[in-house]
Design a binder for this molecule. Structure first.
Ligand code: NAD
Length: 425
C-alpha cells in the first residue's frame, strides 16, 4: 500500500508504531521500494505476548504483561533491548523492533531487529520482585531467544543487573553458562569493556562530526539533554570533556537550567546517589516544555519517543538535534525541523553506539576472547564516523535529509538480502 495512506493495523496501532510507519512509508515511497518487499517489512516476523506472574512482597500474585517482537532476521539473529516502563505496549515494542532492523542494517551489523518489554513501573518494585519478574519473563520468552536466535540488551528501566538475571535464567534452563544470550551484562560474566557508555559515546561522536560539517567549534557550544539515564548521562560526560557546556538537563521528575554550564562530575555523583537531577544545588528548575525550547547548539532527547512534536517543533532553538531516544521526533514535527534548517542526526544513526558495542560483546562471548577498552572505543569510533560520513555524503549528493537518507540506506541493504535469499517456501 504505497499510496501514502496509513493502513490501520489494529494489533500494533499505537503512537510509536504510527510514527515508525509514517517514516517507513515515506522512505519506501522515495526509494520506490518493491511493493512485495514493502508488504514483508511493514509488519514484524513474529510477536509474542506473555503473562508474567510474580509474588509481591505482601504475598499477593500480580500478573504483568510482557512482549518480545522480532521484526526481521534476513541479515542475522534478532537483536534488541528490553524495556521496563508503564507505557510499554505491543505497538510500541513492534515499532522499536522495526527500528532495530534499520539501525543494524545501517551500521552494517549482521543482526535483525527485535525489542521486548514488560508493562510495569520498575521504581515501585523491590529488588527481589524485579529479579522474580525478570526470571519469569525470561522463562516465558525462552523458546524464541538464544545466542543464535535473538539476543536481548538493556533499554529504558533495565540495566546490567537485569541482563545478569536473564543470562543466569537462560543458562539454568540449558544447563551451562551461555553468556552470548544477552549483551550489556556485567564484565564479570562476559560483558564487554565500553558497553556501559557506548550509546552516549557514539552519540557524542556523531555530534562532533555534525559540528565539523557545520563549522561549529565544540568550545563555546552548548547542549541541552532531556533524559539523564544511561544515554543522557554518558553523553553529558563525554561532550563536556570536549568543552561543550551542558546548560540544561531533565529527567522524569523535573528539569534544571544552568546557563554557565553544570559541573558534570558533581551532577553525575548527585544523580547516582539521588536517582534524579532534582535538588542538585546548581541551576534553577524549569518546565519540561521550557527545557526543550532552550537556546542551545545541540538538543539531545534521550528519554522516550515522540518528545519532539507539533507542540514544540516550531519553538526549538537548537542548531543540531541529536536523537538519543528512538523515534524521538514525530513525523509531522520532522517536516517543521527540516523547513527550519535544524540539522537532524536521526536516531538510527545517533544512538547506534549501543548496539555496535553489543555486537562486539556478542562476538567476544562467542569467541571466549575479550578485547581491551581502547580497542572497543577505536572500533566504535570507526563505525560511527564511517556511517555518519556515508549518510552525510549521500544526503548532500541526493539533496535528501539525513533521516530519509539513513532509512533508505538501511532499507536497501535489507531489500538486497531478501532478494538474495528469496521467499520460502
Ligand atoms: P534509562 O532508563 O537509563 O534513562 C531514561 C531517562 O529518561 C531517565 O532519566 C528518566 O527519568 C528519563 N525519562 C523517562 N520519561 C521521561 C519523560 N517523560 N520526560 C523526561 N525524562 C524522562 O534509559 P536509557 O537506556 O538511557 O534510554 C533512553 C533512550 O535511549 C530510550 O529511548 C532508548 O530506547 C534509547 N536508547 C538506549 C540505548 C542504550 O544502550 N541504553 C541504546 C539506543 C537507544
Amino acid at each position: 500500500m504505497l499510496n501514502g495512506q496509513l493502513e490501520k493495523m489494529e494489533e500494533f496501532d499505537q503512537p510509536a508504531y504510527r510514527i515508525a510507519m509514517a517514516y517507513f512509508d515515506s522512505a519506501a515511497r522515495l526509494m520506490h521500494l518493491d511493493p512485495n518487499l514493502y508488504e514483508r517489512f511493514k509488519t514484524p516476523q513474529r510477536a509474542l505476548i506473555v503473562s508474567v506472574p510474580i509474588r509481591r512482597q505482601d504475598d499477593r500474585v500480580q500478573v504483568f504483561r510482557g512482549y518480545r517482537v522480532q521484526h526481521n532476521s534476513a541479515l542475522g539473529p534478532f537483536k534488541g533491548g528490553i524495556r521496563y516502563h508503564p507505557g510499554v505496549n505491543l505497538g510500541e515494542v513492534a515499532a522499536l523492533a522495526m527500528w532495530m532492523t534499520w539501525k543494524c542494517a545501517l551500521v552494517g551489523l549482521p543482526f535483525g531487529g527485535a525489542k521486548g518489554g514488560i508493562r510495569c513501573d520498575p521504581d515501585t518494585l523491590s529488588r527481589a520482585e524485579l529479579q522474580r519478574l525478570t526470571r519469569r519473563y525470561t522463562s516465558e520468552i525462552f523458546p524464541i531467544i538464544g545466542p543464535d536466535k535473538d539476543i536481548p540488551a538493556p533499554d529504558i528501566g533495565t540495566n546490567e543487573q537485569i541482563m545478569a538475571w536473564m543470562m543466569d535464567t537462560y543458562s539454568q534452563h540449558v544447563g551451562y553458562a551461555i553468556p552470548g544470550v544477552v549483551t550489556g551484562k556485567p564484565i564479570s560474566i562476559g560483558g564487554s569493556m565500553g558497553r556501559e557508555d557506548a550509546t552516549g559515546r557514539g552519540l557524542a561522536f556523531t555530534i562532533l562530526e555534525a559540528m565539523r560539517h557545520l563549522s561549529i567549534s565544540a568550545s563555546g557550544s552548548t547542549a541541552v539533554i532531556q533524559g539523564f539515564g544511561n544515554v543522557g548521562k554518558h553523553a553529558a560526560r563525554i561532550l563536556s570533556g570536549y568543552g561543550i557546556r551542558i546548560v540544561g538537563v531533565g529527567d522524569a521528575k523535573g528539569c534544571l537550567l544552568h546557563e554557565g554550564g553544570f559541573d558534570i562530575s558533581r551532577l553525575l555523583n548527585y544523580t547516582a546517589r539521588e536517582g534524579t537531577v532534582i535538588g542538585f544545588p546548581e541551576g534553577e528548575s524549569l518546565s519540561p516544555a521550557a527545557l526543550i525550547t532552550q537556546p542551545c547548539t545541540v538538543l539531545i532527547p534521550a528519554a522516550v519517543s515522540g518528545m519532539i512534536n507539533l507542540e514544540n517543533a516550531a519553538q526549538l532553538q537548537c542548531r543540531i538535534l541529536a536523537e538519543g531516544a528512538n523515534l524521538a521526533t514525530d513525523f509531522e514535527a520532522d517536516a517543521i525541523l527540516n523547513d527550519r534548517g535544524v540539522f537532524v542526526i536521526p536516531d538510527i544513526l545517533a544512538n547506534a553506539g549501543g548496539v555496535i558495542v553489543s555486537y562486539f560483546e556478542w562476538v567476544q562471548d562467542l569467541q571466549n576472547y575479550f578485547w581491551k577498552e581502547k580497542e572497543i572505543q577505536d572500533r566504535l569510533a570507526e563505525v560511527m564516523t564511517g556511517t555518519f560520513a556515508h549518510v552525510l555524503s549521500r544526503s548532500l549528493s541526493e539533496k535528501t535529509e539525513m533521516r530519509m537518507t539513513a532509512l533508505m540506506i538501511a532499507i536497501e541493504k535489507l531489500a538486497t538480502a531478501h532478494l538474495a535469499r528469496g521467499l520460502y517456501p
